[in-house]
Design a protein around this ligand. Sequence first.
Ligand code: NAD
Ligand code: TYD
Length: 370
Amino acid sequence: MINSQPEQTLLREPCRLLITGGAGFIGSNFVHHWCNNYKRDRVVVLDALTYAGNRQNLASLENRENFRFVKGNICDRAFIDSLLQEENIDTVAHFAAESHVDRSILGPDAFIQTNVVGTFTLLESFRHYWMSRGQPQSDRFLHVSTDEVYGSLAPDDPPFTETTPYAPNSPYSASKAGSDHLARAYYHTYGLPTIITNCSNNYGSYHFPEKLIPLMCINILLGKPLPVYGDGQNVRDWLYVGDHCRALDVVINQGKPGETYNIGGNNEVKNLDLVELLCQLMDELAPHLPVQPSTKLITFVKDRPGHDRRYAIDASKIKRELGWTPQETLLSGLRQTIAWYLNNRDWWQPLLSEEYQAYYQKVYGIEAIK
Ligand code: NAD
Ligand code: TYD
């Protein structure tokens, strides 16, 4: 089976990698993955440090010779042009995005700006720079996307494949769909070596508290209500973030330009079942919880508008062609994630800021967590 190999065994030239959104959740996990596995590569992180970006996530890498953090916006064409040239980049891993569905419902503007205009700006800048260097075929532009672009599945529908028609239902997924189409078009029109990945819901370390799993863990620790949307029967397919990073590694190193790869965890779970499982694990792993059993905190709240019922990914293409499969089960991944949140209170406590509480009030209409 082919798999992601450390550089000693995988005969590859060092690359010069630009990682956008590398201070966010998946981006920072990916930066750590790459720096641990490919020590000779130059890694440049570009991030605007929005509410979701946190330079602390990369603190342990800041003094490395082959690492650079640059604060900047992917919509700034002149800035991207000069950064690509200055750093002689040959590989782009593009994570930067507005990523939360509930925020896209409250205010779609930033989603169109960053996800559509920003991705276009990055593609256009990289295309000109790539052409000026004689169009090297070994260059890569990895566009990291989501399964949400495929829309919602009925209970008995087969999982999404790479040929499932796009049917996005939220401003977030619509903006990601737009960016996917641009990445695809740049391959077909200009030959730019783009690759698209569409992944299911991730969880793990450095996950901002607004998303389901960290929100539930933190609210359990604080003894606050656990807000479950609607009837709690919506299904998501959960993947541990470390497995996603390994998948992106094989896609960059072995994937074929112009292709799309679906990435998923084979872990379809109903939201309510997941929250109950988290309660059970937290009761077991967290000492001195304010409310026990934690299931007492479960509170059904008004449903999210346009809430997609079910996502499920068929990840057989990436398994067949690139040899990737997830290593973590849902239970092993959740245990690691909970341990991380228990040991890193200093990381998440400051994120429960006034801005976060104002957001929380708007979405849930109930007392903000403190
Ligand atoms: P995140 O919100 O945690 O991080 C996004 C990062 O992008 C932040 O560091 C932010 O500061 C940065 N950013 C935002 N706008 C920017 C701009 N204009 N210029 C530069 N940087 C900017 O998101 P995430 O969950 O890590 O997701 C990363 C990518 O993976 C996104 O493209 C998302 O669509 C995709 N994805 C996420 C999931 C998931 O479950 N979280 C699943 C599949 C795909
Ligand atoms: P989320 O983590 O926001 O990811 P996405 O919407 O991109 O799938 O939500 C995962 C699921 O959990 C989704 O069906 C919405 C639901 N959910 C709740 O029930 N309560 C919450 O407070 C949140 C944030 C999400």
